[in-house]
Structure formats: structure tokens, C-alpha cells
Design a protein around this ligand. Structure first.
Ligand code: BES
Ligand code: MN
Ligand code: ZN
Length: 496
């Protein structure tokens, strides 16, 4: 979908569908609604009355009209909340979803947005992500017949700032959709090798540096925990390092490292998952997908911060060489780890990759995204991510960014008391604690491998992949985490 700006009056905009947002209880006062209503001889107000539309969040009204440049008007309720950007995103997403069978759609921004440029960016992102559909494996009749080709956003004046916002919103929307494509890709096609190739191709396309290690290379580095997980798989593992180094970065500018869990499939290994838990485990590389997305966004937006992305990609399978409960392996940083449950594989991969990233880059902040534990979903539900941090300032900066973007995280405790659950009789530590507090003991395990870093672990097991649409997120891969990370990095760049 191609998004552009228009300064035409809402009554004149040519499109197959025109979408507008109206605040709760503001029907009579909203000037755009009034203009459109007047031009259609009161058709909108009559329809609103008939359908009891008052502008509450989630309400929508689709009216066929004459007298406008568009034959159909979609009126979306904005609710009476604060005038947040995320309201703009949500009506843009809804407009794009509702318009999936029209070629050309148009969106009029709410009148009361505090910052029109920001609104253009968010609306563009919303239109592009709202029209997302994973169609890669559909054939014949299953392919959507009509798709929205263009979307126009009505603005007061199309100044340079608005055009830049359009460009940035497009970059972000396309990046999020790309992350979703990676997460939705079937695991027989998106192998660790293919995931690394995708990272390389994106890096080449957008001017990032990219280094990939194959199995031999990972062996040479000494990542024995990562390799243990790979043992049962017929597919080679891959370690990927992408980097964005902006030209002319200021001296003393911050260096941020993102690390992503890249399990292209998690069968559980010998501690095999039951079918119901296994069926969606292609999503276990979502942390890696977000990491690639963040790096791509940095390059496409030209962010003034140095950002690195590391991905540990492998499958967790049950082949004859599979690692076993009871095995002991020595990590990259020399700690011995007793394997308890082969389904707790993500933390093993991350441990070695975190060690390597912390050592090589010595970042100001080390941040990992991982679909790490079902326990995190038990604690926080399916839509909220767990946030663990050993640095309060990092955590609060991140939560501020998340709040502005409308993504939900919850700070979880790194309870020192639970540390004793990771004690092993025969090795330096076990990698799994008990059932209770499972997401916390997982985070405590990771913390052993971060050196002196200021670090944050984001457990996205819930929101990375949904079994039904929620809010502005589609079913399946969501791209959760990208917008918050970008917002956080932008704020860091501004404060530098
Ligand atoms: N990849 C899973 C976690 C997961 C669960 C992600 C549901 C997305 C949705 C992870 O590797 C796993 O299996 N964790 C185990 C840990 C346990 C064995 C200590 C879990 O959560 O059950
Ligand atoms: Mn697992
Ligand atoms: Zn996993």
C-alpha cells in the first residue's frame, strides 16, 4: 500500500472509502463530521442516530453517501480518552482493516491532535500495519482478490515536516510487517540459515553491517550452551551480528545492544512439548525478528545512536544427538550448567550470545527480546510483556517509550531469594528453577551472563504471537516491541 498526503478538503477527497474519527459525545461539534454531514444532506447524522453511534472507542459506522468525493464514509469512535497518538494509530489500523476490499482509501486525522507531524507518522504506520495479511502460502481462490492500493492522509498543510513524517511512518510500518512475515513463516522454510540470510539481505538493502557465523564459527567461539540446544537438530545454527553506526556520531554517544532469541522451532527437545503447545512454536524466533526489525528501523530512520543486534538462531529438536536432562555443558564465559529440562532452551542460547555481545561491544545498555517463558503469560496474560531490568533508569525510559506507543510491559522483580533455586549439586548452576516464579528464575539465569552491563530482558512470549486479533495487533505474528524500541532509541538520540 502506498500512502500519500492530501490537502484537499474532506468533502472533496477522491477515494473509495473515506475514514474519519470522532470523539465520544462530539458528533455535533466535530467540524469534519459536520462538513461531511452537510455535504451529504444529513446522511451521516441520520445514520449515527439510527445506529446509536456516539463516538465511543470501538464504535464504527459505515455509510454509503452521495455528495462527497468518496461514495462510502467510515466514522470511527475515538473515545473520550486523552488525545494520544495511539488513538490515531488505532483509527488508521481500523480504517485499513475495514477498507481491505477497496482500492483507494483516505483518512482524515482527528482535529485535536497536538502534533500533526507525529500524527501523520503514526497514521501512516497504522494504515500500513492495518492492511497486513500473511498471504505467502495462499494460492488460487485463497489469494485476496482486491487489496488496498493507495491511502491518502488529509492534512492541513503538506509541509516538509509532514512529508518526512510520512516517510518515517512508511519505514516503520513496512518494518513491522516484515517482522510479522518472519514470525509467521513456517519453520520448514524459515530455518536458522534462512533467518540469518534474511538478516543479511535486510542489512545489505539498508546499509547495515552484518556478520554471520556458521556452526564451525560458533564452535570456535566456544558457545557450548548454544550448541547444546542445536545438537538434536538437522539444521545448522547461526549467530548473527548486525550493526548500525550512524555517520558522524558524536563522541561519547551511547551504544545499545539488542539480543534476540531465534528458535526457528521449539519442539521442547527430549522434554517434548504436547502437540497443543508445540503447534505455534515457529513463533519462538520472534525476539530475533524484533531485533532485525529494530536494526532495520534504525537504518531507515537514520537514528543518531550506535545500535547492534545479535541473534542466536537454531531449532530445538529431538534428533539422535539431542542434549539430555542431566547433561552438563560449559558456557562461553566458563560457568558449568546442569541441564534440567531441554524445553528451557532459550535461556541457554541467550546466555552465550549475551556473554559475547557484552564482551565485544561493552554497550551502555544491553537489551534482549525473547519468547522465553509460558510462566510470563501465566503472570501477565497474553498481551503484556514482562520487563526485567537491573537498572531503574533504563526500565523507566523504556516504560515511558512503551506508554507513548501503546505497547504494554510490566516490570517484574529480579528476586534475589529465588536465586537459590538455580543451585546445582554437580555444576555451577542449573538452568531451571521450580514451576512457581518461572519467568523470574529464567531472567535470573540470564543475569549470570551479562557481565557488568546495564541490562533489560523483555519476555515477549505472550504478545509476540496471538491466537486472535487484539487491539491494533493481528492474529499470528504481531511485531510487538519494534515501536517501543524505536521510540526509546529516538529519545536517547535526542538526549545525547
Ligand atoms: N518457547 C517457550 C516459551 C513459550 C511458551 C513461548 C508459550 C511462547 C508461547 C520456551 O522455550 C519454553 O518452552 N519454556 C518453558 C520453560 C520450562 C521448561 C522451565 C515453559 O515456559 O514451559
Ligand atoms: Mn522451550
Ligand atoms: Zn523456546
Amino acid at each position: 500500500m502506498k500512502v500519500s498526503l492530501t490537502t484537499d478538503a474532506p468533502t472533496k477527497i477522491k477515494a473509495d472509502l473515506l475514514a474519519i474519527g470522532v470523539r465520544a459525545g462530539q458528533l455535533g461539534k466535530d467540524t469534519v463530521f459536520k462538513q461531511l454531514d452537510k455535504a451529504t444532506d444529513g446522511a451521516l447524522a441520520a445514520a449515527a442516530k439510527r445506529e446509536d453511534f456516539t463516538g465511543k472507542t470501538g464504535e464504527s459506522l459505515r455509510v454509503t453517501v452521495s455528495g462527497l468525493g468518496a461514495p462510502v464514509v467510515l466514522v470511527l469512535g475515538l473515545g473520550d480518552g486523552e488525545r494520544k497518538e495511539r488513538d490515531v494509530r488505532s483509527i488508521a489500523v481500523k480504517a485499513a482493516q475495514a477498507a481491505s476490499r477497496y482500492h483507494h482509501v483516505a483518512l482524515v486525522l482527528p482535529e485535536d491532535v497536538p502534533d500533526e507531524e507525529r500524527a501523520v507518522r503514526v497514521a501512516t504506520e497504522g494504515l500500513i500495519t492495518g492492511s497486513y495479511k500473511y498471504t505467502r502460502y495462499l494460492t488460487g481462490d485463497r489469494l485476496p482478490k482486491r487489496r488496498t492500493e493507495t491511502a491518502k492522509i488529509a492534512v492541513a498543510k503538506s509541509a516538509a515536516g509532514a512529508k518526512d513524517a510520512l516517510r518515517r511512518g512508511t519505514a516503520l510500518g513496512e518494518t513491522i510487517n516484515f517482522v510479522r512475515d518472519l514470525v509467521n513463516a513456517p519453520p520448514n522454510d524459515l530455518t536458522p540459515t534462512a533467518l540469518a540470510e534474511a538478516a543479511r539481505a535486510q542489512s545489505e538493502a539498508h546499509g547495515l553491517s552484518c556478520k554471520v557465523w556458521d556452526k564451525k564459527g560458533i564452535e570456535k567461539l566456544g558457545m557450548n550452551l548454544f550448541l547444546a540446544v542445536n545438537r538434536g537438530s538437522a539444521e545448522e545454527p547461526r549467530l548473527v551480528h548486525m550493526a548500525w553506526k550512524p555517520a558522524g556520531a558524536k563522541k561519547g554517544a551511547k551504544k545499545i545492544v539488542f539480543v534476540g532469541k531465534g528458535l526457528t522451532f521449539d519442539s521442547g527437545g527430549l522434554c517434548i512439548k504436547p502437540p497443543k503447545s508445540m503447534v505455534d512454536m515457529k513463533c519462538d524466533m520472534a525476539g530475533a525478528a524484533v531485533t532485525i526489525g529494530v536494526l532495520v528501523a534504525c537504518a531507515r530512520l537514520g537514528l543518531p545512536v550506535e545500535v547492534h543486534g545479535f541473534i542466536g538462531a537454531t531449532e530445538n529438536m529431538t534428533g539422535p544427538a539431542a542434549y539430555r536432562p542431566g547433561d552438563v555443558f560449559s558456557s562461553l564465559d566458563g560457568k558449568t550448567v546442569e541441564i534440567i529440562n531441554t524445553d528451557a532452551e532459550g535461556r541457554l542460547v541467550l546466555a552465550d550470545v549475551l556473554t559475547y555481545a557484552a564482551r565485544e561491544i561493552e554497550p551502555d545498555y544491553l537489551i534482549d527480546h525473547a519468547t522465553l517463558t509460558g510462566a510470563c503469560m501465566v503472570a501477565l496474560g497474553p498481551w503484556r510483556a514482562g520487563l526485567f531490568a537491573n537498572d531503574d533508569e533504563l526500565a523507566s525510559r523504556y516504560q515511558k517509550a512503551a506508554d507513548a506507543e501503546g505497547e504494554t510491559f510490566w516490570r517484574m522483580p529480579l528476586d534475589e531469594e529465588l536465586r537459590e533455586l538455580l543451585k546445582s549439586d554437580i555444576a555451577d548452576m542449573k538452568h531451571v528453577g521450580e514451576q512457581y516464579g518461572g519467568s523470574i528464575t529464567a531472567a535470573l539465569f540470564l543475569r549470570e551472563f551479562i557481565g557488568q552491563s546495564k541490562w533489560m530482558h523483555l519476555d515477549i512470549a505472550g504478545p509476540a504471537f496471538l491466537d486472535r486479533p487484539h487491539g491494533t495487533a493481528p492474529k499470528g505474528g504481531t511485531g510487538f516491541g519494534v515501536t517501543t524500541a524505536v521510540r526509546f532509541l529516538e529519545a536517547l538520540g535526542e538526549s545525547a
